[in-house]
Design a protein around this ligand. Structure first.
Ligand code: G6P
Ligand code: MN
Length: 441
């Protein structure tokens, strides 16, 4: 097995330590020669990197090298694979994305609704630049992107790089949900075989089977209806916000028992209830700043102070393991199945070919080979087409600098609908995102 040279773009992220623990846990399946961190925030990255260096000395002594840098050429030269996990504007801008819509009674959320649009219009430019730069210095490198809002980022990257191979967008929400299925069924998560369709943060499991082909879907539905649904991955299991989110699966199943929903559908199906529950001064970004970010900063400080991990608790999370396993399947041609984003081209036969859909695919060295889904029922087709039109219009607004397209996007979004509301939110978002967004005319 050839050892890989990996760059993590967004090295200062609160997810990086979890990713490092996942790389350590998976080192037999995805052996590394070097790890490099790249970030444009030198200070933030430095702390995570210093702690990482100590963790790696203890748990990955065979690793040839670990570096961190803010220089793209240094970061991207001679690499085999890049994981991209950036957040343009940081958690501060996430908070604005969540607060501004909420002032108008509309859900404020990282990737859904107007907040998702705002974040999308910030992410696209950086993502395009990064893909050009990585390809410039390492043209054969794989790029695994999980930067949000992944649906909009995937749509924009597809347009900018229609011919660029080895670029794949992936999200951890389906596997985080499957983690809960596996716990509920007392099964190994990697033995579950999902059938799934939709767009990113906008999809449904149609079936869950075990490795012997037994259909477990009804047991899962019955358990959720009877006992509710809870997050079980360690990273989110004790988080109140995620607990509430998972609990909504029950309500969605009662209303629409056909398929098992992705948790993000709650924002689209019950927007008013969710907007009412949120508090302007404590949206999710604030909770993450006071929660995960604080916890990771303290953890890094402790490791750096002790020059050892002896006084901290480190754990592997499903998010990291999923990305690493998917990467291994791509670079070693393992042909394992993961749920990823690909251009539709007939996979879901009754929605547009150019939609970036999220479906199970075999990950091979020549790219993802998705399984066919066939026709989806009218309700889902309608929802997906509406959402895809919104996502396309956001990308249009970016590439055409179009105010009208952005307004059309928000008007189509199920969380907004009313044009005056869309306009008011859009105008506020434009002010808040000055310097990040293209100038909309
Ligand atoms: C899941 C989603 C990610 C999203 C994250 C937000 O993992 O798949 O796309 O960024 O949740 O979690 P947070 O704890 O930051 O609200
Ligand atoms: Mn996601």
């Amino acid at each position: 097995m050839k050892k890989q040279n990996l760059v993590i773009v967004g090295g200062g992220s609160t997810y990086t330590i979890g990713m490092i623990m996942s790389l350590i846990a998976e080192k037999k399946n995805f052996p590394l020669n070097s790890i490099t961190f790249y970030d444009n925030d030198e200070k933030r990255q430095e702390k995570v990197a210093k702690a990482t260096s100590i963790i790696l000395d203890e748990y990955y002594p065979e690793l040839e090298s670990f570096h961190y840098t803010t220089d793209k050429e240094t970061a991207f030269t001679g690499i085999d694979i890049a994981f991209i996990q950036i957040r343009t504007g940081g958690l501060q801008m996430r908070e604005m994305d969540e607060q501004i819509p909420l002032k108008y009674g509309v859900v404020g959320q990282e990737t859904c609704g107007p907040g998702g649009m705002a974040y999308g219009l910030r992410s696209i430019r950086d993502m395009i630049e990064l893909v050009y730069d990585i390809k410039k210095y390492s043209k054969d490198a794989w790029i695994l992107n999980y930067t949000n809002p992944a649906a909009i980022v995937a749509e924009a990257l597809k347009r900018e790089f229609p011919q660029v191979p080895k670029l794949i967008n992936i999200c951890d929400m389906p596997i985080a949900i499957m983690h809960s299925f596996a716990t509920m069924l007392n099964k190994n998560i990697w033995d579950l075989v999902p059938s799934y369709f939709g767009l990113n943060h906008f999809g449904w499991f149609t079936k869950i089977e075990d490795s012997e082909g037994n259909d477990l879907t009804q047991i899962i539905k019955d358990t959720i209806m009877g006992e509710g649904f809870v997050p079980t991955d360690q990273e989110i299991a004790n988080d109140q916000s995620w607990q509430q989110t998972f609990e909504q699966a029950r309500k969605m199943l009662i209303d629409f028992p056909e398929f098992l929903p992705n948790t993000y559908l709650q924002y689209y199906l019950y927007p008013d209830d969710l907007a009412k529950k949120e508090s302007l001064t404590n949206t999710r970004a604030r909770q993450v700043i006071n929660g995960r970010e604080k916890r990771i900063t303290e953890l890094c400080n402790q490791i750096i102070q002790d020059k050892s991990t002896k006084n901290v608790e480190l754990h592997v999370d499903i998010h990291g393991v999923y990305m690493v396993k998917a990467a291994a399947s791509l670079v070693y041609n393992l042909k394992q199945t993961y749920i990823v984003m690909v251009e539709n081209n007939g996979i879901i036969s009754n929605i547009p070919d150019d939609a970036m859909v999220e479906v199970p695919a075999l990950l091979t060295a020549s790219g993802p080979k998705p399984f066919s889904v066939g026709k989806v029922p009218t309700f889902y087709k309608g929802l997906i087409e509406n959402q895809f039109a919104y996502e396309k219009l956001v990308a249009d607004a970016y590439f055409e600098n179009s105010y009208t397209k952005a307004l059309q996007a928000l008007t189509l979004n199920r969380m907004v609908v009313h044009v005056p509301t869309a306009k008011a939110i859009l105008d506020d978002l434009i002010k808040a995102n000055k310097g990040y967004w293209p100038e909309l005319q």
